[in-house]
Structures are given as C-alpha cells and as structure tokens.
Design a binder for this molecule. Structure first.
Ligand code: HPA
Length: 407
C-alpha cells in the first residue's frame, strides 16, 4: 500500500485545479500488479472536469487491463479523501467488493474501506435494483474455475516447431489464449497460442503452446500475466524450450542444448516498472536462473537415451532481424554459445516469482557468418521440426524426475 500512497501523492502534485485548488491523486494496482495513476483535471465548465480515480481507471483500461486489486486516493484537505459517487460506481465496474480503497488526507490521516462498503453510498447498479454486474474475469479466475486446485505444478513453454508436444498429452484440455484475459496473442507461424493441460506418463503438465517475442511489439506485460498466473495457480517448475542458432562452432545444427545461463541483450527487462512485493523482490537474484539440479537430471536422461546433449549460455536479442556476423563475433567474446529471440523474459519472470527453470534449446542453424549461407525462419522451423522428436523423447523420459523437483 505504501508504494501506492507514494505514487498517488506524486501524481496529486500534478493535478490541474485552477478553480477549486483541491488537488486529488489516485493510484490503483491492477490484477497483473501494474500501477496506474491519475490526477484531477478541471476546466471552466466545472462539472465536466475529470476526477483522479477516473483518469487512473482510463489509463488501466487503455493498457488492456480490467481488474483492480487496490486503490489509494489522496486529497488536499486534512480529512481522508473519498471517491465521489460517480467514481465509486466506475471503480466498482472493475473492483470486486473486497477490494481495499485507502483514503488519505494532507495531514497523513488514512482511512481504509472496501469497494463493497463504499458502493451503496453511490447510485450503483445494486442500489438501482438491477442484477449484480459481472466482474471481468482474470486468466486466474478462468483457470481456477476449470481446474480448481488441480493445476499442474509442472509447466512447459513450447518454442518454434515444438507445438506438437502438446498433442501427446493424455486427457488434454486445450484453452486458447484468447479465453485467458491478459495472455499473449502470438502472431508468429509455429506458435499456436493455446494452453493445453493434460498428463504424460500420469504426470500432470501444462503446455504453453505459443509464446510472445519482444519483436512482436506488444511489450512483455502479457508474458508477465502468463507466468504470474501459472505461479498463482501453483506451478513450481517451468521448462522453457526454444530454437537457437549455434555461436559455439562445436554445437551442430539439430543438436539439443541445455541452457546453462543467459545474457540479456533484449534492451528490456520484464520486471521494469513498479514491483509487486507479494510476487517477488524488487531486485531478484539471477545467479542460478537455470537450476543446476534440473540440468544434471536432464543430462542424465540424455545419456540414458544416447542423446549427445550440448550446453551453452543463451544470448537473447530482440530480433526480428537475424544477427550480423560481427554481432555473432561480439556475442562469442561475451561468452555466449547460443543465440535466439525468446526465453529470457520468461526465465526472469519465473525466477522472480520463485518458479524453478530448466532451459532446453533446439539448435537449428549455425549462427550468422558461421553457416556459409543466409539464415531463414523456414530453415529454423524445418530443423526444429526434425529435432523435436529427440526433445520430446527427452522430456517424456525425464518427466517423472522433473515432477519430483516441482516442489
Ligand atoms: N538467431 C536468432 N534466433 C534464432 C536463430 C539465430 O541464428 N536460430 C533460431 N532462432
């Protein structure tokens, strides 16, 4: 709450109030953990001004969110500032009855109420005798309604060409991302955009068939919603798969590589912005993103299957252009053995939320300048498709052991 109060106080100072001189600031936290702020804006035809709460709600909706978790309102007067009747009604469209509404005054006084307590003081839909308004559901609501407490502790993100793994699930339930509010809407061939929940070898598993990349230009907010929804539902271990180019000349196309660490060259971090301490710390440790015990387990599985697994540090670039040979030489000097355009945001989000991570890469090509021919997405998909069988065997062989580590 303290962070919201600080944000509300900061935006309050920017209010445009030449007529009333009464500055109001509002900060609200949405279901994804993002914070939206608003200040009151007056104009000469006084009643048409904008309340601070209204501005903050509009910013949240414009950002694609529709669920409020907590609200702070602060006013210029000493008495705690409460939302006006119209704002209570507007907030109640997005805030469930138990949502805390903190009302602060200039002298530090604070009163906390809930949306449910405040709403009857406005002419809300309930007071008008109408049906209760249905709250917009979150992805977590949808999945809890579907699976109750039985959501898998083991989840896997299926990268380029690997979507077929989800077809191997027994008793599968598939939910398009479109039915999961806030989930990504992938636009890339080879990424279906479905969550498939089922079992392999009696082990419950959730497959995320399709992911979002930085180059799609939608930001990483929906990836955060995806990973944090899994965490909230009890997922403890996330296997991240991808296709990559080999910077390390010893790794041949078609190989499967265990990711040992990463270099984030995306130019962005999915934790940018206000931190929700209930999810994870502001400055999460990244010393061992890719769990050593899981890496050992998968190496042993590979050996048992006669698969010659490679290893490497994965460097993520934003794409969508492939790298230049000069960039690849620079990345090699930085210690990277593999290059790709995904995985790192999910790995950071998962570690922040306390989920263990295993990273597996299908090496589809030698990196730019090392192949002797130009790179293409078609080649990536074709080689990934061929090597996918090996990765599927590896996962099927290790799934019981993986499940044992999903705690
Ligand atoms: N570069 C970036 N991403 C990739 C590559 C590559 O060479 N191969 C597969 N994904």
């Amino acid at each position: 709450m303290k962070d919201l109060l600080e944000r509300a106080r900061a935006v309050q100072a920017r209010a445009y109030v030449p007529y009333s001189k009464f500055q109001v600031g509002c900060a609200l936290r949405s279901a994804s953990g993002a914070v939206f702020v608003g200040a009151n804006v007056e104009n000469a035809s006084y009643p048409q001004g904008l309340c601070a709460e209204r501005s903050a709600v509009a910013a949240m909706v414009a950002a694609g969110e529709q669920r409020i978790a907590e609200v702070v309102v602060i006013g210029s007067g000493n008495a705690p500032c409460s939302p006006c009747g119209g704002c209570r009604q507007l907030l109640s469209e997005f805030a469930p009855p138990q949502t805390p509404i903190h009302m602060a005054g200039a002298d530090g006084g604070l009163a906390t109420s809930t949306m449910g307590e405040l709403l009857p003081m406005a002419f809300g839909p309930l007071a008008l005798g109408g049906e209760p308004v249905e709250r917009p559901a979150t992805a977590r609501d949808v999945l809890e309604a579907r699976f109750g407490a039985d959501f898998p502790e083991l989840a896997i993100v299926l990268g380029s060409g690997l979507g077929g793994f989800a077809d191997k699930l027994e008793d599968a339930t598939a939910i398009p991302y479109g039915e999961l509010p806030g989930f990504p809407t992938p636009s890339i061939e080879g990424h279906a955009g479905r969550l498939v929940v089922g079992r392999i070898d009696a082990v419950p598993i959730a497959c995320l068939q399709g992911r979002l990349h930085v180059y799609e230009g939608q930001g990483t907010g929906s990836l955060a919603t995806m990973i944090r929804t899994l965490a909230a539902l009890g997922t403890k271990l996330l296997v991240l798969t991808n296709a990559s180019g080999a910077i390390d000349p010893a790794i041949p196309p078609g190989a499967i590589a265990v990711i040992t660490d990463h270099v984030n060259m995306l130019g962005t971090n999915p934790l940018t912005g206000p931190n929700d301490d209930s999810i994870g710390p502001r400055f999460p440790d990244m010393t061992e993103v890719y769990d050593p015990a899981l890496r050992q387990l998968i190496e042993a599985s590979g050996e048992a299957l006669g698969l010659d697994l490679a290893q490497g540090v994965y460097l993520a670039t934003p794409g969508p252009s492939f790298e230049t040979p000069a960039e690849i030489r620079a990345f090699r000097a930085m210690g990277a053995g593999l290059v790709g355009m995904s995985t790192v945001p999910e790995a950071i989000l998962a570690r922040h939320a306390g989920i263990k991570v295993l990273g597996l890469s299908i090496v589809t090509n030698r990196a730019a300048g090392l192949a002797g021919h130009p790179l293409s997405h078609a080649e990536t998909l074709a080689v990934a498709g061929k090597a996918a069988g090996d990765l599927e065997r590896l996962l099927a062989h290790s799934i019981k052991e993986l499940a044992r580590h999903a705690t």
